[in-house]
Design a protein around this ligand. Structure first.
Ligand code: C2O
Ligand code: CU
Length: 462
């Protein structure tokens, strides 16, 4: 459990014997919560799971089964999506595509096996531009069978918030200006609900930092002064350990990164965690050292790779290729798009809240982007013909980035890919699981404004 009051969140050492039992009930409801940066620390209205933003940490071991009895006590429909996990389609939580939304006062059981270790998250998948911004999200950790040796396992939840002039959470969500630009960007950015979060370290220790960006639309490029974190996983998936060096750590909406940080600072010292956001350069937090040293002596020893999760073999030579043209938004070239089965000009699209399109279709969810056979390898060639970055997320499967702007790359497995304005990015995946799987921009305002589609996977003939 981590909360606003403590600023930094440390979890128990990831040892199976210490594993806590995750809650089996999630209740979405309107609540009150004190957020130190808002309303002078007095409670503000949030929508949350089990009364806290973020919702309860759901922590399991790989091979466990997630069993959650979900209850909707909001007065509007909702649904829970398990971002990055690979449940059967009916458990995916994509309201209106894989399930009917859970109506107010109703409940639904989500239950599926957890086959991938890593850092994941859950969030509402209905009117997310409203519900997710108000606080309907939480973190999921699936521990490796044999977790890497660290002194502590620390979760850092990155978010940003729009405050009203009097310091409350702004709930004016409908801004078409935000939808047509970079999405809803906060006026304050936080780690674990704290502005300029103090993250305690003890000289000599090794910690695993799990970062998750739950912001609606913000991209953070992090700089850790005085430390050289080693990336060990992206979007839950193990990667060959890679020291960041001078490179900022980019983390887009929906993405997660696991880092190993060796506490090489001196007792009593403090080290800024800076960030470039889409609009600012800020100090997001600080590593704060206690007066004494300690730790297990792991700091400075080689970082071993995490055990791989089972991933399918890509048959790239025979892959089916699907083009995906991303268009629209302010300063874009889009002149019109299909909506509700007919062609509309920009004026009509805007009136309907649609300002983006994939392949000339503005967010219609009645026809899939592609019909796929289970088991085939698919490459989606995405072209960002817009003036904004996007964070493209595929449900149900993980993909690899194989080509960026004409250059072959050997990207790690991931579930959300960042694209800059004018980027061309090809992703490859195996159509592993039957059903309808969403592909959308994780800048929630872009998704709502038309940047969403889905692929439909069926058992192939013969
Ligand atoms: Cu994290 Cu479709 O979402
Ligand atoms: Cu986008």
């Amino acid at each position: 459990m981590f909360g606003a009051a403590t600023g930094a969140a440390s979890l128990c050492l990831a040892r199976p014997t210490l594993a806590m039992t995750p809650p089996t009930r999630l209740v979405a409801a309107v609540g009150q919560q004190a957020l130190p940066f808002a309303n002078a620390g007095r409670p503000v209205e949030t929508w949350s799971y089990n009364g806290t933003v973020p919702g309860p940490l759901l922590r399991y071991s790989v091979g466990d089964r997630l069993e959650v009895e979900f209850e909707n006590r909001l007065d509007e429909p909702t649904a829970v999506h398990w971002h990055g996990l690979r449940p059967p389609n009916a458990m995916d939580g994509a309201a209106q595509l894989t399930q009917a939304p859970v109506e107010p006062g109703r409940a639904m059981t989500y239950s599926f096996d957890l086959n991938d270790a890593g850092t994941y998250w859950y969030h509402t998948h209905f009117r997310g531009w409203n519900q997710q911004d108000r606080g309907l999200y939480g973190i999921i950790i699936v521990d490796e069978a044999d977790p890497p040796k660290v002194d502590r396992d620390v979760l850092l939840v990155l978010d940003d918030w729009v405050l009203t002039p009097d310091g409350r959470l702004d709930t004016d969500f409908g801004s078409l200006h935000e939808w047509a630009h970079a999405g809803r960007l906060g006026s304050v950015a936080t780690i674990n609900n704290a502005v300029d979060a103090a993250i305690p370290l003890t000289a000599g220790e090794r910690v695993r930092l799990r970062l998750a960006n739950v912001a609606n639309a913000q991209i953070f490029a992090l700089i850790f002064s005085g430390h050289d974190p080693v990336v060990i996983a992206e979007d839950g998936n193990p990667v060959a350990p890679r020291a960041l060096g001078d490179e900022p750590l980019m983390i887009g909406p929906g993405q997660r990164v696991d880092l190993i940080v060796d506490a090489v600072g001196a007792p009593g010292s403090s080290h800024a965690i800076g960030a470039y956001t889409l609009t600012d350069e800020i100090r997001l937090g600080r590593f704060i050292y206690g007066a004494s040293s300690g730790g297990s002596g792991l700091a400075g020893t080689p970082v071993a790779p995490l055990p791989a999760n089972a991933r399918p073999v890509l048959d790239r030579a025979n892959a089916r290729r699907i083009p995906l043209a991303m268009e629209g938004g302010a300063m874009g070239r889009m002149r019109g798009a299909m909506m509700g089965g007919r062609m509309m000009g920009m004026q009509d699209l805007v009136t309907n809240g649609r300002v983006w399109a994939f392949n000339g279709v503005a967010g219609d969810m009645d026809v899939p982007l592609a019909r796929l056979r289970r088991g085939e390898t698919v490459v989606i060639d995405m072209v960002n013909d817009t003036a904004f970055p996007h964070a493209m997320h595929l449900h149900g499967m993980h993909f690899r980035e194989i080509e960026r702007n004409g250059t072959p790359v050997d990207g790690p497995w991931r579930d959300t890919a960042l694209m800059a304005s004018d980027d061309r990015l090809s992703i490859a995946f195996v159509a592993e699981a039957e059903g309808r799987w969403m592909l959308h921009c994780h800048m929630i305002e872009h998704q709502a404004g038309g940047m969403m589609t889905f692929v439909e996977i069926a058992e192939g003939p013969g």
